[in-house]
Design a protein around this ligand. Structure first.
Ligand code: SF4
Length: 319
């Protein structure tokens, strides 16, 4: 393995995740040279709206929205269009890069997709921000309806490595996720595809996931670090592995394998990388503000300040 960490094999990637912390500065420099080349010093901010909450038929072990989780989150079918547009105005006024919209659930009726598409059309007309939807498995026809309504990017995460996947979900398969992603890619959607670290997986599972993502070549790679939520199957999952150094190694590896993608530090940044944001931005060029689907997070203004305090530039041009 060279100091530029080029042409990494899976074994090289595993060595990076297991390297002594003293070697981290060299890794951060290598990640930063790619980040600087492809993204300059810009950081962009995304806002997440939970457009359908809870009551999901699936059993993803980390998820508070699974019907099998015993959580007290708000549950609702489809957010009102007024609330969606209100969030769209926030994205527009604060000059955030993108409005990300998540819907709990894995399959939707055609009627539900049509109703959601109408909301997207109204949102685009009112706020006209770039929109990305996270919306389970779609049929080709449903995806076409959403594309026509103005959705240009879709998020579909792999969540973990193929071999570890049955440990976190048994109600659908990894292959189904890959097939959905390939269908969307073939239809011309931009893709956002990432995962969650800290689910009890081994470093080689993280490596498998990141190599699979490299093959997909998405526009954006959101990396979440597990926030164990009370009432989910992973509420007692140890997060001892999630030292800030390990999180930084994962983010650097994501950058090395996907040099020109947006690398986003998503859920968990406030928990595991507090005070280390400067180093995080050596690899990362994108974050969420105002929280996650079912967990709170840093406010938009505080996030902008944090980006500038870390010596990076807040992106003021949507894109
Ligand atoms: S991650 Fe998605 S599919 Fe899995 S339980 Fe949560 S809402 Fe359902």
């Amino acid at each position: 393995m060279t100091d530029t960490y080029e042409n990494l094999t899976k074994e090289d990637a595993r060595s990076i995740l297991l390297m002594p912390d003293e070697e981290l500065p060299k890794l951060l420099e290598a990640a930063y040279s790619l980040r600087k080349k492809h993204k300059g010093n810009i950081v962009d901010i995304h806002l997440l709206t939970n457009a359908r909450s809870g009551n999901c038929t699936q059993n993803c072990a980390y998820c508070a929205q699974s019907g099998q989780a015993k959580t007290d989150i708000d549950t609702y079918e489809l957010i009102t269009c007024d609330k969606l547009i209100k969030d769209g105005y926030v994205v527009k006024e604060k000059k955030l890069a993108r409005h990300c919209i998540g819907l709990s659930g894995i399959r939707f009726s055609d009627e539900a997709i049509l109703a959601f598409a109408e909301e997207i059309k109204r949102l685009k007309k009112a706020a006209d921000t770039p929109v990305c939807c996270s919306i389970g498995f779609l049929t080709r026809e449903q995806a076409a309806v959403l594309k026509k309504a103005g959705v240009d990017r879709i998020n579909h995460n792999l969540n973990t490595g193929r071999n570890y996947y049955p440990n976190i979900c048994t109600t659908h398969t990894y292959e189904q996720r890959i097939a959905n992603i390939q269908m969307l890619k073939g239809m011309g959607f931009e893709l956002c595809c990432g995962g969650i670290v800290g689910l009890g997986e081994k470093p080689e599972d993280v490596v498998d996931m990141l190599f699979e993502i490299q093959t997909i070549n998405p526009k954006a790679v959101p990396i979440n670090f597990l926030i164990p939520i009370k009432g989910t199957a992973l509420e007692n999952q140890s997060t001892a592995i999630l030292t800030s150094e390990y999180c930084l190694k994962v983010l650097c590896l994501a950058r090395l394998l996907n040099p020109d993608s947006d690398i986003r530090c998503a859920a968990g940044r406030e928990l595991y990388l507090k005070g280390k944001e400067k180093w995080m931005f050596y690899a990362v060029d994108s974050v969420f503000a105002s929280g996650y689907l079912t967990a709170g997070g840093e406010s938009i203004d505080s996030t902008i300040k944090m980006i500038r305090d870390a010596g990076f530039e807040y992106c003021i041009e949507p894109g």
